[in-house]
Design a binder for this molecule. Structure first.
Ligand code: NAX
Length: 328
């Protein structure tokens, strides 16, 4: 009998929260033998809705679920947290400038970072899903100086999974045959999905496809704009696929990447590949025993270099903006 792992989810009453919580409680986040305790953080007006989701979780009678606490106080929500999924964020509304958006999210992620600093367990792992995810992660991390910086990560796994799916559709390969794909940079329209090191059933993906125009004009924009296409089709933003990617991100971080493969995570840069140290940018990473490492030594060609640089430049601008606002 293992001690339950404390998993905190913010924005628990939202649509990603709804798709996520059942999967955490049924063992998909950490494994089929790991009991979990859930802490749901919501804003006060949404506590009732969070309660409703919790009632449904009760009604699933999940054997691994050892308790659910619901609160609007970050200090309570992150107390003893081992894993924190920061999903709740302030969306951009009509007429909102980027500065307003960053400031509104600073009002959420700074106190949450502080509460993680003061109350979370020593082994805390944080995934930021709420947008702008990379910069929200930076804000939370800056507010948590006592927590090792590398525990703060941002989600680009949905972009990674979308890119794999597009490559599978293009080539007729099975998704399980596609390895070593990389998302570089920001989780935004500037992100760069890189197939030059990817393999499809053991063959180099870029060589197999052999069509840079397809990459530039179809593949990259389709992946980067997939979120907008989902909104257009569904009338609501990605929820099940976003929740699935959050599950994948934490599961891979905790349980490791397969031999010969890697994944994409937004993580604090150590300066690798010319990404300024400290920016939370997406990299190819391998994971083992709950830790990750950037894949080193990849050759970055002339097609990739300016695309990585443009997305990193956007991250640097977001960092400068939140610094000017006193948020980091
Ligand atoms: P919803 O609007 O359905 O839910 C958000 C929830 O967060 C609401 O229930 C709200 O009350 C709550 N919330 C707001 N402020 C809070 C605070 N201070 N503390 C706790 N809870 C708070 O949005 P949903 O569709 O679930 O999306 C959540 C976030 O994920 C958005 O920021 C969205 O942009 C982002 N996404 C990120 C993705 C990624 O790949 N990184 C992809 C999917 C998604 O678009």
């Amino acid at each position: 009998t293992r001690t339950p792992v404390n998993v905190t989810v913010t924005g628990a009453a939202g649509q990603i929260g709804y798709a996520l919580l059942c999967r955490i409680a049924s063992g998909h986040l950490l494994g089929p033998d790991v009991p979990v305790k859930l802490r749901l953080l919501e804003i006060t007006p949404a506590l009732g809705a969070a309660q409703g989701t919790a009632m449904e979780l009760d009604d699933c009678a999940f054997p691994l679920l050892r308790g659910i606490d619901i609160t609007d106080d970050p200090n309570v929500a992150f107390d003893g947290a081992n894993v924190a999924l920061l999903v709740g964020a302030r969306p951009r509304t009509k007429g909102m400038e980027r500065g307003d958006l960053l400031e509104a999210n600073g009002g959420i992620f700074k106190p949450q970072g502080r509460a993680i600093n003061d109350h979370a367990a020593d082994d805390i792992k944080v995934l930021v899903v709420g947008n702008p995810a990379n910069t929200n992660a930076l804000i939370a991390q800056a507010a948590a100086p006592d927590v090792p910086a590398e525990r703060f990560t941002a989600m680009t796994r949905l972009d990674h999974n979308r890119a794999i799916s597009q490559l599978a559709a293009k080539t007729g390969a099975a998704v399980s045959d596609i390895k070593r794909l990389t998302i570089w940079g920001n989780h935004s329209a500037t992100q760069y999905p890189d197939i030059f090191h990817a393999e499809i059933a053991g063959k180099n993906a870029a060589e197999l496809i052999g069509d840079e125009a397809w990459l530039a004009d179809a593949f990259i924009p389709t992946v980067a704009k997939r979120g907008a296409a989902i909104i257009e089709a569904r009338g609501a933003s990605s929820a099940a696929s976003a929740a699935n990617a959050a599950i994948d991100h934490v599961h891979t971080w905790v349980n490791g990447t397969a031999d010969g493969d890697w994944t994409s995570m937004g993580i604090p840069s150590d300066g690798s590949y010319g990404v300024p140290e400290g920016l939370i940018s997406s990299f190819p990473v391998t994971t083992k025993d709950g830790a990750y490492e950037i894949v080193q030594g990849l050759d970055i060609n002339e097609f990739s270099r300016p695309r990585i640089d443009a997305s990193v430049q956007e991250l640097a601008e977001e960092r400068d903006a939140v610094r000017a606002l006193g948020l980091i």
